[in-house]
Ligand binder design. Structure first.
Ligand SMILES: *Cc1c(COP(=O)(O)O)cnc(C)c1O
Length: 402
């Protein structure tokens, strides 16, 4: 493995966060391009046969095949690692590829995993359906109940997995407390930090050993492409993750890596504005007739508001709320919206709304949905970058029309 010791990389580590987002990881070609170059190549050529041998042995620097590494993808990985404050980052084709690889690279038959129940649908499928097929035992807990975590950890627990804030219930899990419990039995904590983004919640500083992202969400943030990332120690990448990725191939396309690199340049501006818009929207919704309950970590009414204030720097970009009258009323409300679109993506510049019980969480049994607080009247709003007054007036007119 190449070690990050050139002078350029030491300089990058001195930069403040906003500078890292714009410039971190940039490696110019001999042409001196301003924007990062897009290296759309599957392979690489060598000066001579000895050079090929040396690169394959890892004794000479350079790329050998884009399933293993690519200059544009490497720039994205380096920039995101700098933003997160992680030693290492590996990019993947999607967020789900990141979650799957982060878990499968370290687990084997006979291992035990503890996971919070309130997970993104596909994450829940991996832990509750796929892992047990390979002889991995999984205990699901209610993530906000520390006693349940404490009771679930065992000497053979290899890792803990959680998402905070969760989707779509926006539950906040105490990362420091869960990481202390995990580390107490020698297990690793894996955090899906998508809803918080690298900016609002420093998951690694709070004790996560491995952080995963769907870059499809806020990192792209403009609805263009899929991507994912895994951040961790260099040792985890070198010894466990890299062999898994090299041989299974969930690689990020250099084109998508380039789009995501450009997304990182404006991530803080977008997330900051979206959080301000989300707080204003949540405050408005709390006072609207027809809204039974508003879930937003930045509101004093949120059940884990104090914890959210401690571990997050803002309440996030997503607001969930219950509409009185169940599914029919929620559908009517969605259909009356004029500007805000019905879509299950999130973290986008455009405000998007979804009805989790019939879309993202449709496959769950009714009692599973009930346990997660996903009622038939619940809607999840991803607040975008439009003028907040336009977002508020659209919500207001749709609610008043009921
Ligand atoms: C979207 C999402 C994923 C999956 O990401 P993809 O890029 O769609 O594969 C995983 N976890 C959370 C919390 C998500 O929101």
């Amino acid at each position: 493995m190449t070690k990050h010791t050139d002078s350029r990389e030491i300089e990058e580590e001195q930069w403040r966060p906003a500078t890292r987002m714009v410039r971190g990881g940039t490696r110019r070609s001999a042409h001196g391009e301003t924007s990062e170059a897009m290296y759309l190549t599957s392979g690489y050529v060598y000066e001579d046969a000895a050079e090929a041998e040396a690169r394959f042995k890892g004794e000479a620097p350079g790329f050998v095949y884009s399933r293993f590494g690519n200059p544009t993808v490497a720039m994205f990985e380096r920039r995101l690692a700098l933003i997160e404050g992680a030693e290492a980052c590996k990019a993947t084709s999607t967020g789900m590829a990141a979650v799957f690889a982060a878990l499968m690279a370290q687990l084997r038959a006979g291992d035990h995993v503890v996971a919070a129940r309130a997970l993104f649908g596909s994450c829940l499928y991996i832990v509750s359906e796929l892992l047990p097929r390979y002889g991995i035992e999984v205990t699901l807990v209610d993530g906000v109940e520390l006693d349940q975590w404490r009771a679930a950890f065992r000497p053979d627990t290899r890792c803990a997995f959680l998402e905070s804030p969760s989707n779509p219930g926006l539950e906040i899990i105490d990362l420091e407390a869960v990481s202390a419990l995990a580390h107490g039995v020698g297990a690793r904590l894996v955090v899906d930090n998508v809803f918080a983004t690298p900016l609002l919640q420093p998951a690694m500083r709070l004790g996560a050993d491995i952080v995963v992202y769907s870059a499809t969400k806020h990192i792209d943030g403009q609805g263009r492409c899929l991507g994912g990332a895994i951040l961790s120690s260099q040792a985890f990448v070198d010894e466990e993750l890299l062999p898994f990725l090299r041989h299974t191939g969930p690689s990020l396309s250099p084109f998508n890596a380039w789009v995501l690199l450009k997304g990182l340049e404006t991530l803080d501006l977008r997330v900051e504005r979206m959080c301000a818009n989300a707080l204003a929207v949540a405050t408005l919704l709390e006072g609207l007739g027809g809204v039974e309950r508003v879930l937003y970590p930045g509101l004093a009414s949120h059940p884990q508001h104090a914890l959210a204030e401690r571990q997050m720097s803002a309440g996030g970009t997503i607001v969930s709320f219950d509409i009185a009258g169940g599914k029919a009323a929620a559908f009517d409300f969605l259909d009356r919206l004029g500007m805000i679109e019905i879509s299950n993506n999130l973290g986008d510049a455009k405000s998007l709304i979804t009805h989790p019980a019939t879309t993202t969480h449709q496959r769950l049994r009714p009692e599973q949905r009930a346990a997660l607080g996903i009622g038939d009247g619940l809607v999840r709003l991803s607040v975008g970058l439009e003028d907040v007054e336009d977002i508020k007036s659209d919500l207001g007119q749709a609610m008043a029309g009921g």
